[in-house]
Design a protein around this ligand. Structure first.
Ligand code: CU
Length: 347
């Protein structure tokens, strides 16, 4: 009788254990190469209670050639209304991030960045004979950008699917008073146009939602987020609100490596107000009607995740993003490509 009771209890425990295991299997797993979205996606994952993560990303973006809304245009088009046409812009961003989860349901994320901007431009002047004289020049700016702090809240995790929301605030730590010499400033440093500024100058809020799913070999996700700039900055303007939607699919090729494809749509509103120091006739980038617009991009990427030994928890990732279609407000440089390289370490 005693033996049967023991056996019964043992079977009951086994059953409970099996149920527990089954529950674990059904959860969305954070320990696959593809468990993190392509590196160009922010706030894509949460952490378990007590986990820390530090990350570093380098993002570079190149812009070249001009577009006026849905048409490609040349410099001549710009010189009809402006003295100077932008030729090329390179932007670089070093991003440092930290994440910490005080509970399974809540993860905090802080991000800071250092930005470098370089722009090549051409100024056209006509001499007394009416002949055009072009002068090429470059401007650059660099510095620490705005800081963002977010809370990621888990809403669901079952049947290998997970859903979390992001609530963030942006703190205007970046400069909006970047200056450099230009072809028309006679050796004096003057305030640079909007795209060359490092910070927004405004507080912002970010709201986002991320959905993740997994099967045995595949994972994917979708994210939608919006960033709202709340106040006019000290230079009398407010950057346009930003809306983004993206979706990705990743294949776990090996235990450590996943390969991803991603599509993205983003829309940025025009800048409101204007910096009275900037002359909007001088260069397209100093006119706020040439700001914001919509863009469709696609990207390919890879994640490498160390699952064993001393490097366990370390990730390397890269993603290349290319525009499929872009429609800027007014006339702006076209985006050519952007590359994001990153490393993340959880402990
Ligand atoms: Cu993380």
């Amino acid at each position: 009788m005693k033996n049967i009771l023991w056996l019964g209890m043992a079977l009951f425990c086994l059953h409970l254990n099996a149920q527990e295991n089954k529950k674990e299997e059904n959860l969305w797993s954070a320990h696959r190469a593809s468990s993190h979205a392509p590196i160009g996606v922010m706030g894509d994952h949460t952490h378990h209670k007590g986990e820390f993560m530090v990350s570093y990303r380098y993002m570079t973006m190149q812009m070249q050639d001009l577009r006026y809304e849905s048409d490609d245009v040349n410099e001549e088009f710009v010189y009809q209304n402006y003295m100077t046409a932008p030729q090329e812009m390179m932007m670089g961003m070093h991003m440092l991030g930290a994440m910490y989860a005080p509970s399974d349901g809540l993860t905090f994320m802080v991000m800071a960045n250092y930005i470098t901007n370089d722009m090549d431009l051409t100024m056209r002047m006509s001499n007394d004979m009416g002949m055009a004289m072009d002068t090429d020049f470059s401007t650059s700016s660099s510095g620490f950008g705005d800081v963002s702090v977010s809370a990621l809240v888990n809403l669901m995790n079952k049947n290998q699917q997970a859903l979390h929301a992001e609530f963030g605030i942006g703190i205007p730590t970046g400069s909006i008073d970047e200056k450099d010499e230009t072809a028309m400033s006679n050796g004096e440093e003057v305030i640079l146009p909007y795209p060359m500024q490092i910070g927004s100058g405004s507080f912002s809020t970010k709201l986002g939602m991320t959905y993740l799913w997994q099967t045995e070999k595949l994972s994917g996700g979708a994210q939608a987020n919006a960033k709202f700039f709340l106040n006019e900055n000290d230079n009398d303007y407010r950057l346009g609100n930003q809306y983004l939607a993206t979706s990705w699919l990743a294949l776990d090729a090996t235990e450590n490596f996943s390969f991803s494809v991603r599509a993205e749509a983003n829309y940025t509103e025009q800048i409101e107000g204007n910096n009275p120091v900037l002359n909007p006739m001088m260069v397209t980038t100093a006119n706020t009607s040439n700001s914001g617009g919509m863009q469709l991009n696609y990207a390919i990427g890879g994640n490498y995740y160390f699952t064993k030994n001393t490097l366990k928890g370390l990730r390397f990732a890269a993603e290349v993003k290319l525009p499929a279609y872009q429609e800027p407000n007014g006339v702006q440089l076209k985006q050519k490509y952007s590359v994001t390289l990153g490393t993340q370490y959880s402990f």
